[in-house]
Design a protein around this ligand. Structure first.
Ligand code: B4P
Length: 191
């Protein structure tokens, strides 16, 4: 089973993907995590990615599609959870082609709906909790970067809702509920 978790920044895509990995034989492909790893590499690409992410903008399709293509090369019978990918129509088209080359397809696209005020509150809280615990704080987890992240989402990512709806793949859920309740809604879709 291959699924996409779609939603604005802070909607809980990463949180739910990790729960699914714990419960099912699926692999989480988080482009956010891959890019955070790339930025620590000290390479030219890593430095470029760091500046884009900190500003809250989207990294280029070319870089992100390249990262995903590499991960899809191996076989995985349990399926993939695409977490934070695709984020543009170009990425969505590329994913369709990459899966088709493997003889695979998408089973579900789950859109997590959360209002902007809650999204900002969540990432600001995450930054506060990390700082209090003496852990690293994500440079894009602040109200200013969130304004850009949300603008990027509405401009470039939200068109994917219509794209997948037209294909009949889209299921929308309330992402405002508790983490366990959201997990229950996802379970109801996946069976
Ligand atoms: P991501 O790492 O994908 O991060 P995100 O969208 O902010 O987070 P997510 O929705 O996963 O929220 P989370 O579970 O963490 O992207 C970061 C950046 O990477 C992007 O801005 C972009 O620059 C770049 N990037 C990534 N993918 C890209 C792509 N495909 N193309 C181009 N650029 C790309 O949850 C957030 C917080 O909410 C957590 O603290 C969590 O505990 C809390 N939370 C979650 N669910 C909750 C719930 N139900 N109730 C209460 N709190 C909840």
């Amino acid at each position: 089973m291959n699924i996409i978790l779609l939603g604005p920044p802070g909607a809980g895509k990463g949180t739910q993907a990790k729960k699914l990995v714990d419960e099912r034989n699926m692999i989480q492909l988080s482009t956010g995590d891959m890019l955070r790893e790339a930025r620590t590499s000290g390479t030219e690409m890593g430095n470029k990615v760091a500046a884009i992410m900190d500003a809250g903008e989207l990294v280029t399709d070319e870089i992100v599609i390249g990262l995903i293509a590499e991960k899809l090369e191996g076989d995985n019978a349990g399926g993939f959870i695409f977490d934070g990918f695709p984020r543009t129509l170009g990425q969505a088209d590329a994913l369709g082609k990459l899966l088709a080359e493997k003889g695979a397809s998408l089973d579900h696209v789950i859109e997590m709906q959360v209002d902007d005020e809650t999204l900002v509150q969540r990432v600001v809280n995450r930054a506060k909790e990390a700082a209090e615990a003496g852990q690293p704080v994500r440079a894009d987890d602040n109200a200013e970067s969130m304004r850009t992240r949300l603008m990027e989402y509405y401009k470039k990512t939200s068109p994917l809702i219509g794209y997948y709806y037209a294909k009949g793949d889209l299921k929308s859920i309330d992402g405002l509920a508790s983490i366990d309740e959201v997990a229950g809604s996802i379970k109801a879709i996946l069976g």
